[in-house]
Write a protein that binds this ligand. Structure first.
Ligand code: R1T
Ligand code: MG
Length: 548
């Protein structure tokens, strides 16, 4: 018998999903049977739903789309922070919530995982603000609602929610008779007038600069962006929010722009440009060091799916993929001035000195290899990593807008599963790791072999920079990070751990970790509590002011 559950799973496969995350519960168990019965889908059980949502987010960033399954109430509410992050940062994740049978819901029974008031729509309503739509599946609408929600999530690159009562999952339906996307759904309105105006501005300016942002990654437009830059010989920069959407070894790449703290000559180049063209970028506080960009809206044209800003005028959002196609066809001879690429380190020497933040990020720069995926957690990790020049073919994952600590460990694991061939390097603080470390169990079970750098600076250094350097609320319990893997199922077969304090010890651990690609590499780097990357020191002051 072909059921609603099978239909939904076939559609998820159509979207490129091979792995499904989540936590079982009695309201979704039968649905999970349909997953485990298939050879082309893998169930990956998580320690909790928050981790599952983070992991799905990382998987979707790399693979294009992800799904997680939670149970009614207790499961879905735990996942909400993760779904909120995916919504804010435009990552399409489908959450499937297994719920009580239609009969139980209609009879308003006082069953477990409810608020005890006989009402079953509270949790759906809570999800309205953080999803593109709610599909409340019934016998009558299951097929059309599944297609509607998957279509919306895919088009808008944001999460979709499906409430699947156990009995609805088991109902018989017809197999899909046409693909999820027929051309009609994808048909998009042309933004001709806008394109003409951009063409005119580009032809009239002397020093244009492109700021490429996170939506280039959300909509997977990296290749198109590269074509556009190459064709018109345009200088390009990224914000920390959107780092990695352009090849940082390309001759058109200027470096990461962070507002006031940006290094010269990049800062003046961007601030004094007569056109700053933002493509899918958002000028958020952490991407611009508290809105400290040195250019004004008058200099700027910003094209994004939520909003267009045309030299000070705020207009409705656009379809970024079509607009990039159109931009490739404009009548413009291209930029002819000089482009000064970012400077790079020659080599990093290691001594017996203790590792500082400044040294560490230089060591990381010279460690990166083509094709790596660099993942950086909120905290000193993100501010350190976001300006490190990357190699060709590298990807970058961070969450600077939503900024939920603990996100990156599961997200990195999700992305590593989505792209096994890319070595994943995670940089995470001790404080952040303590939130989601339970996924070490899953890491070892699935035999994943990323390189994890734990910055052990004995607490919340980033917060010490903002407020309360000596306050107890910025302290955390000191864990024995070396013993953690063995608690979670680690053996000499699947993990190797290092604890480093000096530059020389770091260099040795890094070299060995790179060569050992079959086991998890767990590298604890001890650093001073008061040591922070420059960008963070400046940002800390700006955030403190923003909060006063
Ligand atoms: N809770 C959640 C879920 N997300 C947050 N971002 C915060 C609280 C606030 C917060 C930060 S940064 C941070 C917290 C608690 C501490 C990170 O400490 P760490 O991981 O040890 O990093 P570091 O290397 O800096 O010591 C806000 C500012 O984003
Ligand atoms: Mg810390």
């Amino acid at each position: 018998m072909y059921t609603v559950a099978d239909y939904l799973l076939d559609r998820l496969k159509e979207l490129g999903i091979n792995d499904i995350f989540g936590v079982p519960g009695d309201y979704n168990l039968k649905f999970l049977d349909h997953i485990t019965a298939r050879d082309d889908l893998k169930w990956i059980g998580n320690a909790n739903e928050l981790n599952a949502a983070y992991m799905a987010d990382g998987y979707a960033r790399t693979k294009g789309m992800a799904a997680l399954v939670t149970t009614f109430g207790v499961g879905e509410l735990s996942a909400m922070n993760g779904i909120g992050g995916s919504f804010a940062e435009k990552v399409p994740v489908i959450e499937i919530v297994g719920s009580p049978t239609t009969a139980v819901q209609n009879a308003q029974k006082l069953v477990h995982h409810t608020l005890g008031d006989g009402r079953f729509n509270h949790f759906e309503k809570m999800h309205e603000a953080i999803t593109v739509g709610i599909g409340s599946l019934t016998k009558e609408n299951a097929i059309t609602e599944i297609d509607r929600i998957l279509g919306l999530a895919s088009e808008k690159r944001q999460p979709g929610y499906l409430n699947l009562p156990i009995d609805v999952a088991e109902m018989e339906v017809e197999k899909p008779n046409k693909p999820l996307f027929d051309t009609k759904v994808m048909e998009i309105k042309m933004e001709q007038e806008l394109i003409k105006s951009i063409e005119k501005v580009l032809n009239s300016v002397k020093h244009p600069v492109i700021i490429a942002g996170n939506e280039i990654a959300s909509f997977h437009l990296e290749a198109k962006l590269a074509e556009f830059i190459e064709k018109f010989n345009l200088p390009v920069t990224t914000l920390p929010f959107g780092k990695g959407v352009f090849n940082e070894e390309d001759k058109h790449y200027l470096g990461v722009y962070t507002g006031t703290p940006t290094t010269e000559p990049l800062k003046s180049y961007v601030d004094q440009a007569d056109l700053v063209l933002l493509l899918g970028a958002k000028l958020t506080d952490s991407a611009t060091s508290g809105f400290s960009q040195g250019f004004t809206e008058k200099q700027m044209i910003s094209l994004a799916s939520d909003e267009v800003i045309f030299q000070g005028e705020h207009l409705a959002g656009i379809q970024l993929p079509t607009v990039l196609d159109e931009l490739l066809m404009i009548n413009y001879p291209g930029y002819h001035g000089e482009i000064q690429p970012m400077s790079r380190l020659a080599e990093v020497k290691s001594s017996s000195s203790l590792v500082t933040q400044a040294y560490f990020w230089e060591a990381v720069e010279s460690y990166l290899e083509e094709g790596d995926t660099l993942v950086a957690e909120q905290g000193t990790s993100f501010f350190g990593a976001s300006t490190v020049p990357m190699k060709k073919g590298m990807s970058f994952i961070g969450q600077p807008l939503w900024g939920s600590i603990g996100y990156t460990f599961p997200a990195m694991l999700g992305s590593q599963i989505a792209k096994k061939g890319s070595r994943h390097l995670l940089f995470i603080g001790d404080g952040s790791l303590q939130l989601t470390v339970q996924e070490l169990g899953m890491t070892l079970r699935e035999k994943l072999a990323p390189i994890v750098f734990i910055i052990n600076n004995n607490g919340y250094t980033v917060e010490r920079e903002i407020h309360g350097p000596e306050e107890i609320y910025n302290d955390i319990p000191m864990w024995d990070y070396q013993k953690l893997p063995s608690v979670f199922g680690g053996t000499a077969e699947n993990v190797v751990t290092y604890k480093v304090q000096t530059e020389a010890e770091l260099a040795t651990a890094m070299r060995k970790a790179r060569l050992d690609s079959k086991r998890l590499q767990w590298i604890e780097v001890v650093m001073n509590q008061k040591d922070a990357p420059d960008l963070l020191v400046q940002m800390g002051k700006i955030f403190a002011k923003q909060n006063s």
